[in-house]
Write a protein that binds this ligand. Structure first.
Ligand code: GLC
Length: 752
């Protein structure tokens, strides 16, 4: 009997431990959420209409004088804050400055509603990380999460609460300057990295004083701007919208992003900023998004330019009804919504929904309890050694080795004579576009990184223009040529008509490479860019090419780490590198067409004057070691509808150096109710392998990964054959196939 009682007691104690009676994390979260809603409703009930419009109004601080519609003076800004007619400010930075303005809102306004301070913290704040497209080349979610977390810690120490990032626009056109700001051409990679960025910025809880509210942007389809010309119109079918452009935003919303920003572009005739389908139907209804939507800068007023609104009154009405909750910079909401309510063109209920969403975020951010920034934090947070090391590691992981004939790289650190030449050898352009408060003076240039790496006995020759570079090359045993593009030729408004190398300081960069290569010394090219560049001659004639990107403050050190073997590059391209501008658009997850390209057949889908393949494909990147793939195993030859499939393989380091390999899993739905891409990335894993080490890598293909929006515009997995590839890039890999079959009818079992 005693034993029975003991064991029963043990079972009870075990169960009690497993299911504690005190409210668990989930219960607590529900209580907090309920309390937040109560506080929102209580505050909303006390607000005048004017004060409600104030919460929907965001302005740039007067310092951004180049912004149209900007506040004319500090006095005007203070007055608007005091009267409760501004809910958020952009570009006010510095804890003292933010606190001073916050004090007006919290201590002098009638309802004491705190301000949200926002800024574009895209790839770092003071510690500038590689540009997002470069960090995507790491194919490492933890790298992006950590970089975003550091950025949030630095920015929040400067008084900021909200960043306009991550940018999740799918970019398939290198002419588009903002391809730099996203994570490339693939929906799955962008989804995984975008969710990681949101978690990094927002930390475990938005009320953490070091967290930033994230703002996935630009919703939606901005990257499909016709001709790669920024702000241009887009025509995107609903299938392509739902299967390509929206999934990253769905993933970011799923990661808890607090806000979303509208896109400038006209989407199929309805500008995104007035697009009911995007915001009311998809974001707020289908996805049940409970944060708020902010317009892009002046985008509500620009509905007039679009020819979609006749005047500001109409622009205010259509944006609000479409689900845009806050007006960035145009003041159209503040100036026009009062009349719209009086004329019953919008109801106060719609206004209240917008204001509720804004207040909800302010409560979630903890601003009512802790409106002021800690002014002592800055000194110990900004540019800390740990932050700089994190930036260096992110830059290393972003590097992509494009070519390395006869293992020319890595170079020896103690060679007698080395030339480092080209217009970007000692350039600070590595900070990239959208550098927030990053100071270019803090950039470690490629030359600086190399100087701190090589032996002090090495005779270093440098040169910028062609003559200097040729002379330096003649007197050296090896040459490193650093070419690329300026940060200002990328980013917003940074679209180019060509992705061939631009002249820099009057120097024809390709001509410089040709002239130096002709000297006949071992030659390495380092490319520092924020977009794919078309470099066919260089790719053909230069034995070693390292893509260093605009890799932030520590870029020069990271690039030198790789050039001299202290780091083995393992990055992979997040975007296809075309052979020429004319080959655009070219991306790996394209449709097959009825006449897929065949080099030896005229009437197939290709150009006559260049191969149908890109210069370097999506997912491509080499290493100083080599990896062998084998033993691809599929868990079954067929799975029932709704089932999942395990895929495994072995990857082995067959070289002499340790290195990272990004193992990639692709599928193809061979025949479906709408045409499907020839390949789609559905899994990846960056694994580190010592020489001779072998690892088994496993993936699970779930219905979520196999499904797509089909002919009926329903997300579904369809019956039929699927192909699977696992490999080192999107161009090849071990191939397998499986079939999705109907599940046996359940009632058939009952009959038996
Ligand atoms: C810009 C950009 C947007 C940015 C905003 C605030 O026009 O399109 O990405 O967040 O204005 O600077």
């Amino acid at each position: 009997m005693r034993n029975f009682i003991c064991s029963w007691l043990l079972i009870c104690l075990t169960l009690a431990a497993a299911f504690p009676q005190t409210p668990g994390r989930k219960t607590r979260a529900v209580t907090v959420a309920q309390e937040t809603e109560r506080r929102v409703d209580e505050l909303l009930a006390r607000m005048t209409l004017e004060e409600k419009f104030g919460q929907m109004n965001q302005r740039f601080s007067p310092r951004n004088k180049d912004e149209e519609n900007n506040l004319k003076s500090q006095a005007e800004m203070r007055q608007l804050i005091k009267s409760g007619r501004i809910g958020s400010l952009i570009s006010v930075t510095g804890a003292p400055e933010c606190n001073e303005l916050q004090r007006i809102a919290v201590e002098e306004s009638r309802l004491k509603i705190p301000l949200l301070f926002a800024y574009d913290v895209i790839h770092g704040y003071r510690t500038t990380f590689p540009v997002p497209l470069a960090m995507a080349a790491s194919w490492d979610a933890e790298t992006i999460r950590r970089a975003s977390s550091v950025a949030a810690t630095e920015a929040s120490a400067d008084g900021l609460h909200w960043t306009f990032a991550p940018m999740l626009d799918i970019g398939r056109d290198g002419r588009w300057g903002r391809i730099v700001e996203g994570f490339g051409e693939d929906p799955y990679l962008t989804s995984v990295l975008g969710a990681a960025a949101v978690r990094g910025f927002q930390k475990d809880d938005l009320s953490d004083s070091t967290a930033l509210i994230a703002c996935p942007k630009h919703f939606a389809g901005y990257g499909a701007a016709e001709g790669g010309r920024d702000y241009n119109s887009t025509e995107i079918s609903e299938h392509t919208l739902r299967n390509v452009y929206l999934p990253p935003f769905r993933a970011a919303a799923g990661a808890g992003a607090g806000t979303v920003m509208t896109a400038f572009n006209d989407l199929n005739g309805t500008p995104a900023t007035a697009n009911n389908f995007l915001f009311r139907q998809i974001l707020k209804s289908e996805w049940a998004f409970d944060g708020f939507v902010v317009s892009d800068a002046n985008a509500i007023a620009e509905l007039i330019n679009h020819g979609y609104s006749a005047d500001s009154a109409e622009a205010a009405q259509v944006s609000l009804l479409a689900g845009v909750d806050m007006d960035m910079q145009s003041s159209v909401y503040l100036n026009q919504l009062g009349r719209a309510v009086r004329e019953k063109r919008v109801s106060e209920r719609v206004i209240d929904d917008a204001v509720r969403r804004v207040l909800r975020l302010k409560f979630r951010k903890g601003l009512f309890e802790r409106p002021y920034a800690d002014e002592k934090l800055v000194a110990r947070v900004m540019l800390s050694p740990e932050n700089l090391e994190t930036a260096r590691e992110a830059a290393r992981k972003s590097l992509v080795l494009l070519k390395n004939e006869n293992s020319l790289l890595p170079l020896k650190k103690d060679m007698a004579r080395l030339a480092v030449v080209g217009p970007y050898a000692d350039s600070r352009e590595l900070h990239g576009s959208w550098r927030a408060k990053g100071d270019p003076q803090n950039v470690v240039t490629v030359l600086s990184g190399i100087k701190s790496k090589i032996s002090n006995r090495t005779e270093l020759k440098t040169g910028v223009n062609i003559a200097e570079s040729v002379a330096a090359a003649k007197d050296s045993d090896a040459v490193i040529i650093v070419i690329g593009e300026d940060a200002r030729d990328t980013g917003e408004g940074g679209s180019l008509s060509t992705i061939e190398l631009q002249r820099k300081q009057g120097i024809d960069q390709e001509e410089l490479v040709r002239a130096v290569q002709a000297i006949g010394k071992p030659t390495v090219v380092v490319l520092v860019s924020g977009r794919p560049l078309a470099i066919p001659w260089i790719a053909q004639n230069i034995p070693a090419i390292l893509l260093g990107w605009h890799s932030g403050l520590q870029g020069g050190n990271a690039i030198a780490d790789a050039l001299f073997g202290d780091y083995n590059p393992g990055g992979k391209l997040p975007v296809t590198f075309p052979r020429s501008t004319g080959q655009i658009p070219i991306y790996y997850n394209h449709k097959n067409t009825g006449r897929p390209p065949k080099e030896d057949k005229r009437n197939t889908s290709k150009y006559l004057d260049i191969p149908a393949t890109p210069l370097f494909p999506f997912g491509y990147g080499l290493s100083y070691t080599r990896f062998a793939y084998d033993n691809l195993r599929l868990g079954a030859a067929r799975i029932e509808l709704g089932g999942s499939l395990k895929v495994s393989l072995q990857v082995k380091n067959i070289g002499e150096r340790a290195g990272d390999e990004v193992v990639q899993l692709y599928i193809r739905d061979v025949a479906a109710s709408v045409t499907r891409p020839v390949k789609e990335l559905k899994g990846f894993s960056r694994v580190r392998l010592s020489p001779g080490e072998k690892k088994t890598v496993e993936f699970t293909l779930t219905p979520e990964l196999l499904g797509f929006y089909n002919r009926e515009m329903r997300f579904a997995v369809e019956l039929g054959k699927f192909k699977v590839w696992v490999g080192t890039d999107s161009a090849g890999g071990l191939e397998g196939e499986f079939e999705v079959v109907a599940a046996p009818a359940r009632n058939a079992l009952r009959k038996r």
